[in-house]
Design a protein around this ligand. Structure first.
Ligand code: DGL
Length: 273
């Protein structure tokens, strides 16, 4: 039994989709969520820069909150930093790429799958590698969707503008006749209604959130890190941006568990150059 919290991070609000799944699946676990809002979006950044931020956040979660496990609740960071994080830190670290890919494969009947993500995630080739060797093979169509994350961060999840942008960006997916679309960015489940309208009701949308939460539950069990059944999970939310804004929009996106937000201020330049 281990009462310590699980650390979770993303560039902003996207990883809250995984917090939601964890709160429901492992309610005894305490969670510390860090949204790196001051440096979002990660998608257009250089891979080395995203990796550096990810290492800094992991260090902070361990040093300040003594977390027992870290979930990289961001596809962009998982694509470019998961391996180096696992090499450097000895605690269990979970990404989102494998979980999402597994769910998409098992959902698809036609073996034609679409993946959408940030420019960083799609350019990294992480999903192409993960889904490139499945048997029987999958016909994969990938599309980068720059700009969608910004709508979520602005709290605009169902406006005419986001619909217009989504229709344009999802064009390669709608023409590929996929039966399953993997939302390869943790922000995108907040746009699920718009995305579903664009791709049509027949396409199954897959979010990695639930599958990641199942993987975490399994890992807690195999590594003996479960909190006791009598523990009531406590939740801490941290933002590197404006904590008031984080609290207000985070509460709207996640629900009642997000009552307050702390601020972390990174030292030195916000941007790596
Ligand atoms: N939510 C993140 C992801 O899953 C990152 C979005 C961004 O900051 O560009 O890729």
């Amino acid at each position: 039994m281990d009462p310590r919290p699980i650390g979770i991070f993303d560039s902003g609000f996207g990883g809250l989709t995984i917090v939601r799944a964890l709160v429901d699946l492992v309610p005894n676990e305490s969670l510390v969520y860090l949204g790196d809002s001051a440096r979002y979006p990660y998608g257009p950044r250089r891979p080395e820069e995203v990796a550096k931020f990810s290492h800094q956040i992991a260090e902070h979660l361990i040093a300040k909150y003594d977390v027992k496990m870290i979930i990289v609740a961001c596809n962009t960071a998982s694509s470019v930093a998961l391996d180096s994080l696992k090499e450097r830190f000895s605690l269990p670290i979970v990404g989102v790429i494998g979980a999402g890919a597994r769910s998409a494969v098992s959902a698809s009947q036609s073996r034609r799958v679409g993946v959408i993500g940030t420019v960083g995630t799609i350019a990294s080739g992480a999903y192409q590698r993960e889904l490139g060797n499945v048997d029987p093979p999958i016909g994969l169509t990938c599309a980068a969707c720059p700009g969608l994350v910004e709508f979520v961060e602005a709290g605009e999840t169902d406006s005419e503008q986001v619909r217009v942008l989504a229709s344009r960006l999802l064009h390669p997916i709608t023409t590929a006749e996929v039966d399953t679309l993997l939302l390869g960015c943790t922000h995108y489940p907040f746009l699920a209604r718009v995305i579903q309208d664009v791709v049509g009701r027949d396409v199954v949308l897959i979010s990695s959130a639930e599958e990641t939460a199942f993987e975490v539950k399994e890992l807690l069990s195999t590594s003996g890190l479960f909190a006791s059944n009598s523990q009531v999970g406590e939740y801490i939310f941290v933002s590197s941006g404006d904590p008031e804004k984080f609290k207000e929009l985070g509460h709207r996106l996640l629900g009642p568990e997000l009552q307050d937000a702390e601020q972390v201020i990174w030292e030195g330049n916000l941007d790596e150059t």
